[in-house]
Design a protein around this ligand. Structure first.
Ligand code: MN
Length: 726
């Protein structure tokens, strides 16, 4: 049988030559000799020389009719991991491509499937695919696993169980996914044999017995079909189907039915020449025997995602027994058996049909690629698996797999775990090492997120996160934060405007007048109105003005002698919003003019970011297209001392010690220097730049005076920003 284990190099070479007469047998023999030498002295658990394993793996590859490169890599697949052979040596002897394949197989072998949870299995499978950028890596890995499963009985029971389980969860479905039906079936049967030996043995014996009993009947049916085909001038080879014990077992388990019920069914396969004839054949079968309703499946018109095509039907055959037929062309049969590997054959015969390739689902891209390539060799040289390369698979510290888009960062991962984790993440460890939040994670990474209750989402995160979940969560947080901020700033602005007009804010907000006004403006509550003020949509002067108008009338009525100011102009000392010099979430000292306490300042209501505080002579206030309505009166809250960094520029004679003297003058005025720089000019003058921490303009003035008293200093002045911008 063609799927039998290959045991020696000559057998391997003749199998290769059978389908590829021009193959470079010398290269294969060389790889065998290299492998035998590298594994010399090593034995398998069975006691056989180790090299028998790579030979058997290469043998499986000949069953899949792969190219020489894959077979060479199959012979060498364990040399990098288990022997002293190096990648350099391999490359020198066999070329880059072989090294790449061996390396890929080794890499997949290192993935440990830590969790066996069902829902994770698919992710692991995808991970394997994502790590292999060449489909041959996956095929060699499957061949490796198949031979290991064939020889599993030599291992300890616990190890056997572990490997069989992993095979059933990862590798058999992987074989199914790339459409190699016979590898999938054999892997599954071997898994059943080791995971559930009693069931396996019972099924094996019963199937054999049943088949024996049935031989006569099957022969009868075959003859009837063949006769009918001949009468209709149709070609078709009628065959029994190889038994797939795991498939029977699964059906029994899933549908809770007995062996007899599952197996009370003769299964035949008819292989014909053309797709048209598949349907013609189906007609012949249906005219011979009555089809069972609901059992006809047209996988030719609608192929399975792994490319499988066939017509399935079950009929009530002679003696009233059910007979199941699979009808397909030779080409379809090859796809069912070899899956992705069948397409090498396809290309050779130039028979890839566009219409078919459209139905190939996840393989479409792969096929399209193939069609773009000018010749066969080039195709073989560059079989890439691009399917899962836009995603990465990473682990939580507990070994749970998360799927993320390529380029994802720890922040994406944190949000994938929980919003709270995302909102408070301050850092991350990838494989135990601290990385920045914008670090790009890769498949196989284990990621641990570090959080702090003080951390909040940052706008900058939006620049590097990849998942829409993270983006949405960050934006949501920023928006609600902006809303809170606008509400708070709006309240403060309203209060100060009211105070400026001699009104007590607490009383006004209790009265209905403000609420009425809010409603007239289209806001349901006073808070909504305040938020609108804080966003700069409504000016406080406008609100308070309208509030005062009716009130003013009342007051005028009772106190006619007292004139009431309408909207005050100019700066009202007590009425302006207090700016605390230190950190105030609602207010930011603008970076363009860098105001410090003592400077005359103005507030500008930003959209959602609170107030930015500018110095009144900031050129940006005039230059930019500022909305005058958004400007508000503010003043420093001098009760809370604070430290501010200012830039100071000093021009001095270029002589030794001048920097030290200026520095000590600054320190002598109780100011800290956080940055200093000196440049020498061509006119023998030195320019000294400092960033100095001061508390207010008076302090700054003292510092500047102290600097100017230093011998050799010509001028000392404040700069709005470092290196004299503005
Ligand atoms: Mn191996």
């Amino acid at each position: 049988m063609m799927y039998e284990t290959v045991t020696d190099i000559d057998q391997l070479l003749s199998r290769l030559q059978a389908y590829q007469p021009e193959a470079d047998l010398g290269m294969v023999r060389k790889a065998y000799e290299f492998s035998a030498r590298a594994h010399e002295g090593q034995t398998r658990r069975s006691g056989e020389p180790y090299v028998k394993h790579p030979v058997a793996v290469a043998g499986v590859l000949t069953s899949l009719k792969t190219d020489v490169t894959a077979i060479v890599a199959g012979l060498l697949h364990d040399t990098l991991e288990d022997t002293v052979a190096t990648a350099d040596e391999l490359q020198k002897e066999f070329g880059k491509e072989v090294v790449h394949l061996v390396d890929g197989v080794t890499k997949i072998g290192k993935i440990t499937f830590r969790s066996s949870e069902e829902r994770q299995a698919e992710n692991f499978r995808k991970m394997v695919l994502s790590m292999a950028d060449d489909i041959r890596v996956v095929i060699i890995k499957l061949a490796d696993r198949l031979h290991n499963m064939r020889t599993l009985e030599h291992l300890k029971e616990s190890k056997r169980y572990e490997i069989a389980k992993e095979t059933l969860e990862i590798y058999a479905p992987l074989a199914n996914r790339i459409g190699i039906g016979w590898v999938k079936n054999e892997l599954e049967d071997l898994c059943l044999k080791h995971l559930n030996p009693d069931v396996y043995e019972t099924l094996r014996v019963r199937v054999a017995k049943r088949d024996e009993d049935r031989q006569q009947y099957i022969q009868e049916v075959r003859e009837l079909v063949e006769k009918a085909l001949a009468e209709n001038g149709l070609v078709g080879a009628v065959n029994g189907r190889p038994k797939h014990l795991y498939g029977i077992y699964q059906k029994m388990k899933k549908q809770s039915i007995s062996f007899e019920e599952v197996y009370d069914l003769t299964a035949l396969r008819i292989i014909t020449d053309t797709k048209m004839n598949c349907y013609a054949l189906l007609g012949v079968i249906h005219s011979l025997w009555r089809p069972l309703p609901g059992r006809f499946k047209d996988y030719i018109a609608i192929p399975k995602s792994n490319l499988y095509q066939s017509l399935h039907t079950t009929v009530v055959g002679p003696k009233g027994e059910h007979v199941e037929f699979q009808i397909r062309t030779e080409e379809m049969h090859r796809v069912a058996e070899y899956g992705i590997a069948a397409h090498w054959k396809y290309k050779e015969q130039g028979r890839v049909q566009d219409k078919d390739s459209k139905a190939f689902g996840w393989l479409r891209q792969f096929i399209e690629w193939q069609q773009d390539l000018p010749d066969n060799r080039q195709f073989m040289d560059s079989v890439k698996l691009e399917l899962f390369h836009d995603v990465v698979y990473v682990f939580t510290p507990k070994g749970i797999v998360k799927e993320l888009p390529k380029g994802a960062t720890p922040v994406d991962f944190a949000y994938a775990i929980h919003t709270e984790v995302g909102d408070h993440c301050v850092g991350a460890k990838v494989n135990g090492k601290i990385v920045p939040l914008k670090h790009e994670v890769s498949s196989g990474d284990t990621i641990e997120i570090l959080t702090s209750p003080n951390q909040t989402p940052h706008k900058d995160w939006l620049k590097f996160v990849r998942t829409s979940r993270a983006k949405t969560k960050i934006k949501h947080w920023i928006k609600s934060e902006e809303q809170k901020r606008s509400l708070e700033i709006g309240r403060r602005l309203l209060e100060s405007e009211l105070r400026r007009h001699g009104l007590a804010p607490s009383q006004v907000s209790k009265s209905d007048a403000l609420l009425d006004l809010a409603k007239q403006e289209g806001y349901a509550t006073i808070d909504e109105l305040a938020a609108a003020v804080g966003f700069g949509h409504v000016a406080t002067a406008q609100i308070v003005g309208r509030l005062l108008a009716p009130m003013g009338e009342n007051r005028t009525a009772s106190h006619e002698t007292e004139p009431v100011p309408k909207v005050a102009s100019g700066r009202g000392t007590e009425a302006s919003v207090q700016v605390r010099g230190g950190r105030d979430l609602l207010m930011q000292l603008s970076r363009c003019c860098n105001p410090v306490p003592g400077d005359r300042i103005l507030g500008y209501i930003t959209r959602g970011r609170g107030l930015t505080i500018h110095s009144v002579d900031c050129p940006n206030l005039g230059a930019l297209d500022y909305d005058r309505n958004r400007l508000v009166e503010v003043e420093w809250d001098t009760a809370t001392p604070s430290q501010h960094a200012v830039n100071i520029s000093v021009i001095a004679e270029d002589r030794t010690g001048v920097l030290a003297n200026v520095s000590s003058a600054i320190a002598g005025s109780d100011a800290n220097i956080s940055r200093a720089e000196i440049t020498t000019r061509e006119d023998r003058k030195a320019e000294l730049h400092f960033v100095v921490e001061i508390s207010d303009t008076n302090h700054l003035y003292r510092v500047l005076k102290a600097i100017e008293r230093v011998d050799g200093v010509i001028t000392a002045r404040r700069l709005r920003s470092w290196r004299g911008k503005i």
